[in-house]
Design a protein around this ligand. Structure first.
Ligand code: BG6
Ligand code: MG
Length: 218
């Protein structure tokens, strides 16, 4: 039984592709404020908290709002986002992830979630993965957002693992930086140039071959 390594997974962009739903909701919000919001703009919001995402969006549109107005836009954005999330099913789990979790289960390797999203438990429930994680750390549990290491350090604590024995899977630069700052092994999913600070880089979630995993864990 292996107990010397554990995984901590980011959610959005690693377990499921929810960026497309964030995009729809942010774009509608921008349009209602009278400016365009593109897919390239949406890239800037990857791994970023909801509040900070709104700030970035308002900077793009050069719109200044009161705190009350911002609060009501955050609620509106999240309501639209949740209308998409509520329709999610297990079909939206990214390729290779279910097989990876099965592999970890079979090998008695524990795994936690480490996400910036306050909607993480709902999303996991929708795709049928809520009960598979040994621990869940989400946007409700942290005071400092990625690239701060807090989310992953809490994850390690909940798994009762030393940080250096934790392996983080992330698709955002801020997430890789957070994992590195926590002294964990980081696996970047996506563009090699963008994620060059990661310990390992995989083009997409199908890259977790048995050979790669054996090498990583042993
Ligand atoms: C991150 C996403 O995982 O969660 C960001 O990459 C998102 O795009 C953030 O803004 C917060 O999500 P939520 O669900 O709390 O609005
Ligand atoms: Mg992500």
């Amino acid at each position: 039984m292996k107990k010397d390594k554990a995984f901590i997974f980011d959610l959005d962009g690693v377990i499921v592709d929810t960026a497309k739903y964030h995009f729809l909701a942010w774009r509608n919000l921008a349009n209602s404020l009278g400016f365009e919001f593109t897919e390239a703009h949406n890239e800037l919001l990857k791994g970023v908290s909801r509040v900070r995402s709104l700030e970035i969006l308002l900077e793009i549109g050069k719109v200044a709002l009161t705190e009350d107005q911002k609060q009501s836009l955050l609620i509106k954005k999240n309501e639209e986002y949740l209308s998409y999330v509520n329709k999610m099913t297990a079909d939206e789990i990214l390729p290779g992830i279910s097989k990876l979790l099965d592999y970890l289960d079979v090998n008695n390797i524990k795994y936690a979630l480490g996400s910036a999203s306050k909607n993480a438990p709902l999303i996991l429930e929708k795709v049928g993965l809520l009960n598979r994680f040994s621990a869940i750390v989400d946007g409700n549990d942290v005071s400092k957002a990625k690239p701060d290491s807090e989310v992953f350090l809490i994850g390690a604590q909940k798994l009762q693992m030393k940080p250096e024995n934790c392996i983080v899977v992330e698709d955002a630069i801020a997430g890789i930086e957070a994992a590195n700052a926590a002294n964990m092994v980081s696996i970047g999913i996506g563009d090699a140039e963008l994620l060059k600070k990661a310990t390992y880089i995989l083009k997409d979630t199908t890259g977790f071959t048995n050979d790669f995993l054996k090498n990583l864990i042993n």
